[in-house]
Structure formats: C-alpha cells, structure tokens
Design a protein around this ligand. Structure first.
Ligand code: SAM
Length: 223
C-alpha cells in the first residue's frame, strides 16, 4: 500500500481521536510514576504512547545540557532533568509553556530546567549549544488552526525542514538530535529532508502499536 493511502486514511482518524482525548481525557495524568498536569490545549503525555516511549529512551549524563523542542507538558525535559546538568524546554503554545513550568515546579526542578515560549530556536540565547536536542514534532499533514493544532500538524513538513536547517548551530561537537516519528507520516520523506540538509541518521528503536510504528532516531551533522 502506498504512503499516500496511509496519509489519507490514518492521519485524519488519528487527529480526530487525539482531539477527543484532549477534550474528554483526564487532565492530571501519571506517566512512568510521575504526575503531569495539562489542559485540553496541551498535548496529553498519557494517551498517545509517543511521550512515554520517547521518555524511556532518553540517555543523558550529569554533564549534559539538553534542549527539549516542543516540550508540551514538559515530560521529556523533566525526564532529562533528573540527570542532566541543565535543560531548556521550548514550546510555541503559551498554554504548554505555562503547564510545563507548573510541572517542572511540582517536580522540584526549577534550578535545572527553564521553560521558554518560542518558535523552534528563535528565542534561545545566541551562541547557546547543547549536547542533546529532543524533538517529537507534529507529524500529521495539515495546517494548525488552534494553539493545540501545533501539536499535530506540520504542513508539507515545513517545520521539519526549518528544524534541520537551524538545529546544527545549537549542537555541541558530538551532540545529537533525538527525534520521534511515526510510520503513518512518511518517515522516509522526513529522513530525506534531513539528509539533504546534511544529517546522518540511525534508528535507535521502533515499536509497533495497533495503528502505527513509532520510530526513534538519532541524527548527527554529517562530517
Ligand atoms: C507532539 S507534541 C509533543 C509534546 C511533548 N514533547 C511530548 O513528548 O509529550 C509537539 C509539541 O511541539 C510544539 N510545537 C509545534 N511547533 C512548534 C514550534 N514551531 N516551536 C516550538 N514548539 C512547537 C507543540 O505545541 C507541541 O507541544
């Protein structure tokens, strides 16, 4: 079956389901033993599998500085912040920023994690660089209409393209990007964009669920 078949059938179904869960699902959730508070407009880390799957595969050391792009509830920043020396968490959705800050505080990690509002790297201090950049991008085809839609839609992979154009500047030597993607969103096309922009990738782990395969990649600038 072709890539476009999956996009036409599976993506609208996924978007419909996610919006229902956002609206009617609980807004205080436990993931891997930690509590997170969210609102209807903040990506729920409990129900889509991706958040917990990514969090389980974060490997950072005590010296590492970490950037979490698209932090949502803050789950990846909070997971990395248990060990890393510092974490910066960014989200374009102001409501996500506010809940991520609240969750960081509830986990007592305000000294380690700063949460800032911004579009990708645009609000970072110039010349900041990180050992690890974490990124679970929106990957469904469509244009965001609401603040929450930023968690779902990346029209024509424009965000992915921009991310891989800009991310190199923010990586320390030997640093890497850890990105989660899905089989229903043409991962090959995404990896081709990254490769054309000078990135090598390695699949770290994949997991099949009822609807799709989730894939975690590490990407490094080509030498
Ligand atoms: C799929 S959610 C992942 C949330 C969280 N990282 C997790 O694992 O649960 C994607 C997140 O990226 C954010 N986002 C989308 N476009 C962004 C951009 N241009 N800059 C910063 N954050 C963005 C969304 O608001 C959303 O919170």
């Amino acid at each position: 079956m072709s890539v476009s078949f999956f996009i036409k059938i599976k993506q609208p179904a996924a978007a419909w389901l996610i919006k229902k869960i956002q609206k009617y699902g609980p807004h205080k959730v436990r993931v891997s033993g930690r509590m997170y508070e969210i609102s209807e407009n903040v990506f729920n880390p409990r129900f889509y599998y991706t958040s917990e799957f990514m969090a389980r595969h974060i490997i950072v050391s005590f010296q590492d500085s970490v950037l979490d792009i698209g932090t949502g509830s803050g789950i990846q920043a909070i997971t990395a912040g248990q060990r890393a020396s510092s974490v910066v968490a960014v989200d374009i959705n102001p409501e996500a920023v506010s809940f991520a800050r609240r969750n960081v505080k509830a986990h007592g990690l305000e000294d380690v994690i700063s949460v800032i509002e911004g579009d990708l790297f645009s609000t970072l201090e110039p010349c900041t660089a990180f050992n690890v950049i974490l990124f679970t991008p929106p990957y469904l085809e469509g244009r965001p209409d609401t603040v929450f839609d930023h968690a779902l839609f990346d029209h024509d992979k424009a965000l992915i393209r921009r991310f891989f154009k800009e991310a190199k500047t923010y990586l320390k030597p030997a640093g890497y990007v850890q990105m989660l993607y899905s089989s229903i969103a043409d991962p090959e096309g995404t990896l081709k964009i990254a490769a054309d922009l000078g990135w090598d990738h390695k699949l770290v782990v994949s997991q099949k669920t009822g609807t799709e395969h989730f894939l975690i990649y590490r990407l490094r600038p080509q030498e």
